[in-house]
Unconditional design. Structure first.
Length: 655
């Protein structure tokens, strides 16, 4: 046993030294900006000291992989990128004395790209767009994978492998690719690479494990004509042989000199950012995190919504697309500057990313962080091309398991403790289920636009709506267009679906309409939403009911107090309000089986629902949804003037 322990200690000692040996060789130390210095030193040593490895870059984007492989001595001869706004960045950085000097930039759709007949390459790098396999795709209801044209771009990658026949390639994508379509897409991708004559070796890696101050899980595939490949040991974090601390966000940017940065982010939820502890997001304001005055429902938003970075840790994944509330935000309660985002992605300071702020963020968020790319490139030099490096890289055995996924699953408990401490420090008042009664009982007027803008002041072209509010100890009644000469047309009764525990004082909410108009129906829900927001601080009805992929926390019933059962549309409304086939994908056969309509009436009825504020999704609004299927996420109208879905159409005609 002692001998075994001695051998293990010897191995650990050797493992500890390899990354230090590399940093020491290149005279680099882990201070702010050290990946930049490492890249420069690698470039200076490897260029001219190893034979040129001619490399083609596909889906080059902002150039993250290209920087990494260029630093590692590869001769990146051509970069192919479809987006002209990204190609401008590449073209700037291939000029003399720039990072990608002398590389050819081809701005073209890969489906139209034909390599020069004289082009010979040893290696290919790149990863196609990942939306069809992404988490965002899953939230849009389903991952289309290879059923979406963007999901078949790997076939173009394979086409070029068959033409150019390089010795190997590196393919990068989101890890969701392995589970898309119950694994069939992943099997199809593997088979395609193998049919081109390549053995493939793959792992999901977290960039933070390799010196990037950002957690970013991605699938890396190495394909080889001959030989085998092992992935390098992590250089940072709990899986590193010496438990080297992660390169933290605070350390990565602490020497940057920025001009004055505006504090805050504005907007409806902007003020909430200030109280969120570093490392947490919108979920700080949920009941599950212990907040006494919840604003949001559990898991009702993307994890980057109001996410504030922790300076002591790597940030969560930087996204290419997002809105006003998409983090990471600085622990200083502001958006990160582009210079800071470059550091968090390990782009060199002097690498110029061109375009507006949003275009720069797109390029950063879509890129492979150069630092993890450098480590992989060195591993490829060593194992694939037999380059003798002046230090020894240690590799993960094939069956070695990395722990970043299991550690991630255990974070919720620590987040709850952090939230609890923050709530105590901020002296939040104890939960008050009795609302502030901001809205007085009796009659009040509101105004609504065709785009569902809601206002308590009159505006041009807005419709005027009259409400009447009544309260008692257990019940709230909101009536629209109440007229003593008319009877109630229909009622919607709302109550908690979870043991009467829904953050409201009332056991029951009744919404009464004295009007059959579509806008009156929408206005009833908008008035209820205004009330829970103003009196309880709840952001909207979605937060009260919960995200659609979970069981709703609101139980809804609709009844007609006058005979309207001969009107098919109101029968459909009743079905939706009561939750039938809501929150799940349905096809036309299912629709006609439970709605009293035929196929040709489906689209007109769905458009009418959209005009009432219902969010209706199909393949036209969300490419992740298969053709012929529809999704109604919620049983109440959710569209507002800021909704992304509001700008989308169910078909190619104007609605």
């Amino acid at each position: 046993m002692q001998a075994t322990l001695f051998e293990l200690n010897q191995e650990c000692s050797a493992l500890t030294s390899w990354f230090d040996e590399m940093l020491n060789y290149f005279q680099v130390y882990e201070e702010a900006g050290w990946p930049d210095r490492l890249g420069r030193q690698m470039r200076g040593f490897l260029h001219g000291n190893i034979r040129p490895i001619r490399t083609l870059s596909l889906f080059s984007g902002g150039g993250g992989l290209d920087i990494a492989f260029h630093d590692a001595g590869f001769d990146v001869v051509e970069m192919v990128e479809i987006e002209a706004k990204y190609a401008r960045t590449l073209e700037h950085n291939v000029q003399q004395n720039q990072h990608l000097e002398k590389t050819k930039v081809t701005c073209k759709d890969i489906r139209q790209y034909q390599p020069d007949p004289e082009l010979q390459v040893d290696f290919v790098i790149g990863g196609p767009p990942c939306q069809t396999f992404s988490a965002a795709g899953r939230r849009a209801s389903g991952v289309t994978g290879v059923d979406d044209p963007r999901g078949t771009l790997f076939e173009e990658y394979v086409r070029l492998l068959n033409i150019l026949k390089p010795q190997g390639f590196l393919f990068e994508n989101v890890y969701g690719i392995t589970g898309a379509q119950n694994g069939t897409a992943w099997q199809e991708i593997q088979s395609a690479f193998k049919s081109a004559g390549y053995s493939i070796f793959f792992r999901v890696l977290d960039a933070a494990d390799y010196g990037v101050p950002q957690h970013r899980e991605r699938l890396f595939i190495i394909g080889l004509k001959t030989g085998s490949f092992l992935f390098p040991y992590p250089t940072h974090g709990p899986d590193a042989s010496d438990n080297r601390l992660y390169y933290s966000a605070g350390k990565a940017i602490n020497d940057l000199l920025l001009s004055d940065q505006k504090i805050g982010i504005g907007g409806k939820f902007g003020d909430l950012l200030f109280d969120i502890p570093p490392g947490l997001n919108y979920s700080f304001y949920t009941k599950e995190m212990g907040h006494p005055s919840p604003v949001f429902g559990w898991r009702s938003k993307f994890s980057d919504f109001l996410y504030k970075a922790d300076p002591e840790l790597p940030v969560r994944t930087i996204k290419a697309q997002g809105g006003q509330y998409t983090g990471p935000f600085s622990w200083e309660n502001r958006p990160f500057a582009i210079e800071e985002l470059k550091r968090l992605q390990t782009f060199p300071d002097d690498y110029q990313i061109l375009g507006s702020r949003q275009v720069c963020i797109e390029q950063i968020g879509n890129s492979v962080p150069p630092q993890i790319g450098r480590i992989l490139a060195l591993s490829i030099l060593d194992q694939v091309f037999g380059i003798n490096l002046p230090f020894e890289i240690k590799y993960l055995p094939k069956d070695a398991q990395l722990s970043f996924r299991s550690r991630k699953r255990k974070l919720t408990a620590s987040y709850i403790m952090k939230a609890k401490d923050a709530i105590n420090d901020l002296n939040y008042p104890q939960v008050n289920r009795i609302g502030n009664n901001v809205l007085n009982e009796g009659r009040l007027i509101r105004y609504i636009s065709k785009n569902f803008e809601w206002s308590d002041t009159q505006k041009k072209s807005y419709s005027t709506i009259s409400f009447y509010i009544e309260r008692n100890e257990n019940e709230l009644i909101i009536s629209v267009n109440k007229n003593n000469k008319e009877n109630i047309k229909y009622s919607i009764e709302l109550q908690s679906a979870v043991d009467n525990d829904w953050m409201l004082q009332y056991k029951k909410i009744n919404l009464h309409s004295y009007d059959w108009s579509d806008y009156a129906f929408t206005a009833l829900w908008k008035m209820f939403e205004e009330l829970i927001n103003k009196e309880y601080g709840i952001a909207d009805i979605v937060q009260l009911s919960g995200y659609y992929q979970y069981n709703p926390k609101i139980l809804s019933k609709m009844s007609f107090n006058l005979d309207k059962t001969d009107d098919n549309f109101w029968i459909i409304i009743k079905h939706i309000v009561e939750g039938f086939n809501v929150g799940t994908l349905i096809d036309e056969t299912q629709i006609t089986s439970f709605w009293p309509i035929d196929n040709k009436e489906i689209l007109p009825y769905l458009k009418r629902l959209r005009n009432m504020g219902y969010e209706i999704r199909n393949s036209n609004t969300n490419s992740q949804i298969p053709l012929g299927k529809y999704l109604i996420p919620y049983n109440f109208p959710t569209l507002n003037s800021r909704s992304v879905q509001l700008r989308k159409r169910l078909d190619d005609n104007n609605e």
